[in-house]
Design a protein around this ligand. Structure first.
Ligand code: BES
Ligand code: ZN
Length: 929
């Protein structure tokens, strides 16, 4: 039986007797590959000298992977958390293999104090470790033994203690209120990417897989969960208030996927058609709110089983809502953890977009059970395989479960365009990126890995065709199951299945950053249309015109007005330019590149081609996804200075008859960007008027109340349009919003969930201190985290400077969950020019607390981006850069550079187009006679 340390061994005592002695590794200069690559390959890309001058890649941190002379086979792990003192005691009994005689074992270990360690060779005598050298910077410990450990198997025993921290990483505490309002804590884990080492000493690299036998010693009235099913539960002899819960042995797996949760939860359960027991764990008393996710999960498991043609390998899967949770969700094998808002749905109080979000997140994390958990990336350089793939297939899964969501069109607006925007920056990075130090790993959980990754997989799937794609996927999963794989391994399998040059095509997308702009011109030759197609690198500051321009292998499809939904021709552009003859196109027909907006590139049409496509926007003959794509391309061309912003404003006016939610949503987002830009000018009000004029007809058509027969997308569209009109100060919308808000607050007529965000936003934007007080009250009363978040996100819309300050103070108060502070501050920054300044000052003034709260994880990057990305004055780029030179945030280094670049781009855009935009608005008001 495992013997645990008694409670009397306090953490502080242990710290005194075992001082940490940092042993710093020195870094060979050649390890610094990424900096090198960036500088050499892309330093000449920028068309904007100012941007290049201000942004230089910083030095990367030194890093070496664990030695391979010893590896684990099985971890016997027993943990005893103390939910009152916030400490835990642990006992590791690992079966290890010594590959080569050594008297040292190097493992990962962080924020843990080792009490004793010993090694016993199989059938031999136990040797106690005589030294534990902590290399804190490297998050490693070296155990030294008085004599050499011989080649062969043995057992490594380590007793240790740690803190249940409040940083949402490692083994941490999450706060919740009991039914009586008493504050209590659950103990939960978040190990990806590199934080299993904060819960137990281990070989914390994805390729070092082992099996796990986990036991938890917990209060007997608490739920204890881990990756596997419970196989034994017995009283704990030393304390009759505790039980020891033992879980079945896991399959061989990576440390970052291990999980345990100890707390108070209810659940709903069901069995999927392929016999897997699925449970959704919710806060006590909220089991009903788990039903929607349960339904999605039970549909999703057989969908993936069928798609991959590989069964889910564990006997059960639990999905659990965790109150304090940094990411959206985490795919721990068999025990997937979620933010409450990514899992819980209340039929009355949840809005349509929350349902959609829950479906996507469940679809995403369950896909990882195969793609990531069963087959794992060899190193974090291939993180994109995990995240890009899951971010693509979550849409396939939701499209299967909820065809009425038209989710693929939403993909284009949510992921594809986001990725293009980020990847057009000089400070983007290739999908496959050399990473070493944990802060570099944290940094790549970004829109390149997720959204560009998903977008290039979507393009690849389209290039290969579903049948061969599935064949290749199946071969990949079978070949590498319970093992690790790299990007090349996937290309090999897909190449075998399809007979197409997958590696050659895909390497151009994953190994170099950026993407091309496809320049197209046409000529009619008899019955045929001859297209001249060329590519060059697209940069947010304009296209790349240098000699060393990178190029891509670009799958290009072409359609015509004869059938806009049907691809007439496909070519693979594998050189800078080519000529394509499309047969049988009469002169009056239009020709379009990239139907479905699947290819990961922007397009610049000749004036004549563009002219011929525009009527298709107004008369809706172009597909929604292509109307969206065309508008988005032109918007980004305007930002890059390749066309005038006025041209885009004119195009936007052609959307007045637009019925499609996603098209509106993308348009609205771009108008938001423009509105934010023009907030730096004296005619900000003019763009509000433009927005009001554009959205009024659709607003009138939709009205405030849902009509019989309406569906999911109508609900989303109504919320979007009313919110946009309200924010832009459309009087009738403001009045109706105020009326409905009053009724809601007085309990006369509760607002439907879908109307709450737009109404809250509208009344706050044009509200006073009473409105803000009322919102704070609604926030306090809200029982659902979804409602609290809904309020938190719009609080920043309040206009008066003193009230903005109250919102910022609220962001850091106990009322806001630590992970949600970011969206409150971001909401302030995104709402107005004054808000942006105030939010930035607030971040600077509270930097220590914020940085400490997130321990430099990915939330700090999000906070920085939300706060400073919208500035549009050159000197702010310098200010931001200088602040982060003296206030280090290693995991946000690239984000800071991207933000500085964006600020300079905004400033250049404003200087270039402001006057023309102003004139255009004046002309609209008083058109020349
Ligand atoms: N593996 C990630 C969770 C994660 C994110 C761990 C960042 C460590 C750092 C998970 O699969 C994920 O991608 N979650 C997303 C939600 C998803 C639907 C895009 C998230 O947390 O935002
Ligand atoms: Zn993921």
């Amino acid at each position: 039986m495992l013997l645990l340390l008694s409670r009397q061994v306090s953490l502080s005592f242990v710290k005194q007797v075992i001082p940490r002695s940092p042993v710093l590794f020195s870094k060979p200069a050649s390890l610094n590959l990424r900096t090198f690559k960036f500088k050499v390959k892309f330093s000449t890309v920028s068309a904007n000298a100012t941007i290049q001058n201000i942004i230089t890649m910083p030095e990367r941190r030194p890093f070496v992977r664990l030695p391979t002379d010893v590896y684990p086979v099985n971890y016997g792990l027993c943990l005893k958390p103390d939910l009152i003192d916030f400490t835990f005691e642990g006992k590791l009994d690992a079966r290890i293999e010594v590959v080569q005689g050594t008297n040292q074992i190097v493992m990962n270990c962080a924020d843990i104090d080792i009490i004793t360690a010993s090694f016993a060779p199989e059938g031999g005598e136990e040797i106690s470790a005589t030294g534990f050298n902590y290399q804190n910077e490297d998050e490693k410990v070296t155990l030294s033994f008085p004599s050499a450990l011989q080649k062969g198997s043995g057992s490594l025993k380590i007793d240790f203690v740690g803190e249940l921290n409040d940083k949402m990483k490692g083994f941490y505490r999450s706060k919740y209120a009991s039914a009586s309002g008493e504050m209590r804590y659950a103990a939960v884990t978040q190990f990806e990417a590199t934080d299993a080492r904060r819960a137990f000493p281990c070989w914390d690299e994805p390729a070092i897989k082992a099996t796990f036998d986990i036991s938890l010693i917990v209060p007997k009235d608490r739920v204890a969960l881990s990756n596997m099913n419970v196989i034994d539960r017995k009283p704990y002899p030393e304390d009759d208030s505790l039980v020891e819960v033992k879980f079945a042995t896991t399959p061989i797996m990576s440390t970052y996927l291990v999980a345990f949760v100890i707390g108070e939860y209810d659940f709903v359960e069901s069995q999927s058609s392929d016999g897997i027991m699925v449970r959704v764990y919710t806060p006590v008393g909220k089991a009903e709110q788990g039903k929607f996710a349960l339904e999605v999960a039970t549909k999703t498991l057989p969908f993936y089983k069928d798609y991959f043609n590989v069964p889910y390998p564990l006997p059960k899967i639990d999905l659990i809502a965790i109150a304090d949770f940094a990411a959206g969700a985490m795919e721990n094998w068999g025990l997937v953890t979620y933010r409450e808002t990514a899992l819980l749905i209340d039929p009355k109080n949840s809005c349509s977009s929350s349902r959609q979000w829950v479906a996507l997140v469940v679809g995403h994390e369950l896909a990882h059970q195969w793609f990531g958990n069963l087959v794992t990336m060899e190193w974090w350089t291939h993180l994109w395989l995990n995240e890009g793939f899951a971010s693509w297939i979550e849409y396939l899964c939701v499209d299967h479960c909820f065809p009425e969501y038209d989710i693929w069109t939403q993909f284009v607006s949510a992921d594809y365009t986001r990725a293009l925007d980020l990847d057009a920056l000089d400070n983007s990075h290739p999908i496959e990126v050399n990473v070493g130090h944990p802060s570099e790993v944290d940094e790549i959980f970004d829109a390149i890995s997720y959204s560009k990754g998903a977008s290039v997989i979507r393009m690849l799937h389209n290039y290969i065709g579903d049948e061969d794609f599935r064949k290749g996927m199946n071969a990949y999963l079978l070949k590498f199951q319970h093992k690790n794989a790299s990007t090349e391994d996937l290309w090999d399998c897909l190449e075998q299945a399809s007979g197409k040059p997958i590696a050659a095509v895909m390497n151009s997308w994953t190994k170099q950053m950026g993407f091309p702009i496809i320049v197209v011109d046409q000529e009619q030759q008899g019955e045929d249309r001859v297209l001249k197609i060329s590519q060059k690198k697209f940069c947010a500051s304009g296209p790349h015109n240098g000699e060393d321009c990178p190029s891509w292998m670009v799958p290009i499809s072409i359609c015509s007005s004869e059938d806009p939904a049907c691809t007439k021709m496909k070519v693979l552009l594998d050189q800078p330019e080519t000529t394509v003859t499309v047969p049988n196109i009469s002169p009056e027909q239009w020709v379009k590149i990239n139907p479905g907006t699947v290819g990961f590139y922007r397009i610049q049409y000749s004036s004549a081609m563009l002219e011929s496509l525009l009527p298709g926007v107004r008369d809706l003959t172009l597909l929604p996804v292509d109307r969206l794509g065309l508008q988005n391309d032109l918007f980004s061309l305007a930002r890059a200075g390749m066309i005038s912003t006025v041209e885009v404003l004119k195009l936007m006016e052609a959307f007045v008859n637009e019925p499609n939610y996603t098209v509106w949503s993308d348009l609205s987002c771009n108008l938001g960007v423009l509105s934010s830009l023009l907030s730096h000018t004296d005619y900000h009000e003019d763009i509000q008027e433009f927005i009001r004029d554009l959205f009024t007809p659709i607003g009138l058509k939709l009205g405030w109340d849902s009509k019989p027969g309406e569906g999911h997308l109508d609900a989303l569209l109504r919320g979007l349009v009313l919110g946009k009109l309200g924010k832009a100060g459309h009087k009738p919308t403001l009045e109706e919003a105020r009326r409905r808000f009053k009724d809601h607050v007085e309990g006369k007529q509760i607002l439907s969930a879908d109307l709450r965000s737009p109404v809250y936003l509208t009344v706050l934007k044009h509200g006073d201190s009473t409105t803000l007080d009322t919102m704070f009250k609604l926030h306090k009363q809200a029982d659902m985290q979804e409602e609290k978040n809904r309020i938190e996100r719009v609080l920043g819309a309040i206009s008066a400077p003193d009230l903005i300050q109250r919102v910022l103070t609220f962001a850091l108060s106990e009322e806001v969950r630590p992970q949600d502070t970011v969206s409150v501050i971001g909401g302030v920054a995104g709402s107005s020019k004054h808000g942006r300044k105030a939010a930035w000052k607030f971040v600077k003034d509270n930097w220590e607390e914020l940085h400490n709260r997130y321990q430099g994880g990915f939330l700090i990057s999000r906070l920085i981006k939300l706060t400073v990305d919208g500035f549009a004055v050159d000197k702010m780029a310098a200010e931001v850069k200088s602040f982060f030179e003296s206030h280090h945030a290693p995991a946000a280094e690239r984000t800071v550079q991207q933000c500085c670049e964006n600020i300079l781009l905004n400033a250049a855009w404003l200087k270039r187009d402001a006057e023309d935009i102003h004139l255009y608005f004046l002309q609209r008001k008083a058109p020349p006679v």
